[in-house]
Write a new protein. Structure first.
Length: 463
């Protein structure tokens, strides 16, 4: 017996994978958000430095000769964090703070050029810069856009500010991802994982003991896909249990019939000999009742033989060969009564070129059972036709009988339960269905009313 599989541990469970994937996806989203945010932060930093430089340069405009003392100049440059501050006005006038020459400039940036990817690239260049660069920044004046402000600053303070901002974004991203993952985890655990575990455990329990009725799958009030799956699984298990119980009963019946078959045949043989002797009696009453008795004994013997054969038979073993279908149908008609009330009974409307690849003897049994059932139900005409549809060969067997009663239609292909006539075993259509399934086809009741009954048999077309 195959060992029962174990449910996965917490670290290998679906919940853990969902949690890890949620954290990963949130972090990826935060990285995608961080890139433009870092570019915007760097731009804002440089704009603030340019605005501070513009404020510092205004001190020159307040003096008559646009000059300030060295101490005030140093103070203004320190407040702006710049080596040099210069401003060009629309009238051509230029103002500058910083009498000493600045260090060599490593890079220049014009804030008037604000491309999206340019800002992101400059931000990451600053983050991964290993040394302090001297930057020349060109920006429009915050008060008068026509005036241009130029400043020379160190990159290191901006880099430290950008790193600090990145750490804050990282911490916030971790918190957001964990909170989001927790909510997603709890939601999926409630909506998906727990119901899936119940379904899995139910399937495992059903696999261990399909006939155990003590652990049915509980009903679900959910209307989503999992609710439908649980309802369908519960219905399938119930039907399979019923089918297994019926198979068990049939197996027990077959075993019992096999054991009593010999004794039952001896009893029926004795009864048949006595009935034969009674048939020779001169008593009119005895002669009148003897045919009925003989018919009853014959039906009992026939039922015993059919039941034993059905119980002993395993899956059909097919000997496939290709042959014309019309020839087979004609042979079936020849084996049945040729006429009833002086009228032809069996009609074949099948083209001669239609061939099938099947077991000829088994297919003969199928059509013979269907034909005999029709005649025994009261039909006086049976017509067989064939057509191709959706890659299959559809064979239609139509009769003009009185139609099947409701009880027979409800259990049409159930052995011992679908007979429409007294004394019938109900095995003919059950055997026909099994043989059609073995060929990869099927048999179904297409119509049954007062005008007659129509069965449709399908066979796959090969070649």
């Amino acid at each position: 017996m195959t060992a029962r599989p174990h449910m996965p541990s917490l670290l290998r469970s679906l919940s853990a994978r969902l949690l890890a994937l949620t954290v990963l996806f949130v972090m990826v989203s935060e990285v995608l958000i961080f890139a433009p945010s870092a570019g915007r932060f760097r731009l804002s930093y440089l704009e603030e430095r340019s605005a501070a430089g513009y404020t510092a340069i205004l001190a020159l405009m307040a003096t008559p000769n646009n000059m300030v003392s060295d101490d005030l100049e140093r103070e203004l440059l320190n407040q702006a964090g710049a080596y040099v501050i210069a401003m060009s006005r629309p009238d051509g006038a230029k103002l500058m703070l910083g009498s000493k020459p600045p260090p060599p400039i490593d890079a220049s940036f014009d804030l008037r050029e604000r491309g999206f990817f340019m800002l992101i690239g400059d931000a990451f260049e600053t983050l991964f810069q290993g040394r302090n660069r001297v930057l020349r920044i060109v920006a429009p004046s915050p008060r008068h856009p026509q005036a241009i402000v130029e400043i020379v600053i160190d990159e290191a303070p901006m880099r430290m500010a950008l790193i600090d901002y990145s750490y804050r974004i990282l911490a916030l991203s971790i918190v957001i991802s964990l909170v989001t993952a927790a909510f997603v985890y709890l939601t999926l655990q409630w909506l998906l994982v727990r119901p899936m575990r119940r379904l899995t455990e139910s399937m495992m329990a059903f696999r261990e003991n399909p006939e155990d009725l003590s652990r049915p799958l509980p009903a679900s009030t959910r209307t989503d896909e999992l609710g439908v799956a649980q309802a369908e699984l519960a219905d399938m298990q119930a039907k399979l249990r019923a089918a297994l119980q019926q198979k068990t009963r049939l197996a027990a019946l077959g075993t019992a019939v096999t054991k009593i078959n010999h004794d039952l045949r001896n009893i029926l043989t004795t009864a048949q000999l006595v009935a034969d002797r009674l048939a020779g009696s001169d008593n009119p009453e005895v002669k009148k009742m003897t045919p009925t008795l003989l018919a009853a004994i014959d039906r009992a013997v026939d039922l015993c033989s059919k039941t034993l054969t059905f119980a002993r038979e395993g899956p059909p073993v097919l000997n496939r060969q290709r042959f014309p279908l019309r020839n087979l149908i004609d042979e079936v008609g020849a084996a049945l009564p040729a006429q009833m009330n002086g009228q032809q009974v069996w009609f074949t409307d099948i083209a001669g070129e239609i061939e099938v690849a099947a077991d000829r003897d088994q297919l003969f049994r199928v059509f013979s059972n269907v034909g005999q059932n029709a005649l025994q139900a009261g039909a006086t005409r049976v017509a067989v036709s064939a057509r191709r549809a959706d890659g299959n060969l559809v064979i239609e067997v139509a009769d003009n009988g009185p139609g099947l009663p409701p009880r027979a239609r409800d259990n049409l292909f159930q052995p011992f339960a679908a007979s429409a006539r007294p004394g019938g075993s109900g095995l003919g259509l059950a055997i026909a269905r099994d043989l059609m399934h073995a060929h990869g086809g099927d048999i179904r009741l297409a119509r049954s009313d007062a005008e007659g009954t129509v069965f449709e048999l399908t066979l796959p077309v090969e070649g």
